[in-house]
Design a binder for this molecule. Sequence first.
Ligand SMILES: [Zn+2]
Length: 342
Amino acid sequence: MTLAQAEQLTARRQRDLEAIGRAVQAEMLFWMARLDPGDLMGSWFDEVLPGLYAALVRGQTQAAAGASSYVADAAQAMGVNAATPWEVAPGAFAGAAADGRPLSSMLTVPALRGRLAVEERGQSAEWAAGQIRQSVLLMGASETADAGWGAAQTAMVGTWHITGYIRCISAGACKRCAVLAGRWYRWNADFLRHKHCHCYGIPAAGDEARNRGRGSWRTDPHRYFDSLSRRDQDRLFGRGGAESIRAGADLASVVNARRVSSQLGRLDAGGTVVSTTTEGVTRRGWFHHVRTELERIEGRPLSRVRLTPEAIFKLAADREELVRLLGRHGYLVRAAADIARL
Ligand SMILES: [Zn+2]
């Protein structure tokens, strides 16, 4: 029962999520190849978007599926009682973006921007197709990762003895994340992540003092720094910063942990998803057409924005209400073993 064991489980989880993200991107590339520069929007709605949508829904579901068992295993490794009547429902974390918008709508924003660039700024359709591809691939990776983390956070909330989590960084972490390695977050705290951040939380109980200094570089800023080659130290922390840390300066004061928190918070607010909605980049008549196409692909009206776990986290007055709301909105379900006992 050690932090080091939990770190290994978390590292495996991070690798699994990255692999799922890469698989989604590979599938997206297959569909993006069907984008016809001669008929951008026609090919987008007929062939490309349905394929991208299905690939991303599958990726989000897979990413969320591993969350309950990861949280149970890692909690046990940390010596925390992992008993819970709940497990996350993976499908609930798929089909919407991290901000609650329908996926089809989020995915279509770059296509609409591309169309505008061609029709109003005279860009070539090939150029637009390249831009669309790039944006869509980034969404594939970040929405998959967000579903995986949202599900883990939800699983932790549903496990009573877990009172918070410890930030676990991954190989190549930037200095903003490095300085926060090992930091303790209360179960309902905002876990500040930048776009495409691979940091993950190790479920834990009690205060952070109990685990400080007990883990590897994954939960210890100075060990992380020492694990890097001189060249990587310079690259990630800047020549001057790396030099002072090597000379014995405290990493947190060089990087300025407090400023990092506010920077990450700002990035997080609008970072994960493009904040412009489809309404913002289309004209009225055309918008009606776009909406009809999106509803056909989603198989449901777009009028209802899904209440995301993150929004529910902010709404609930206490943890009991939070668990109840997560259950009512389908994110947590009674565990199969629990139902068998009834
Ligand atoms: Zn980072």
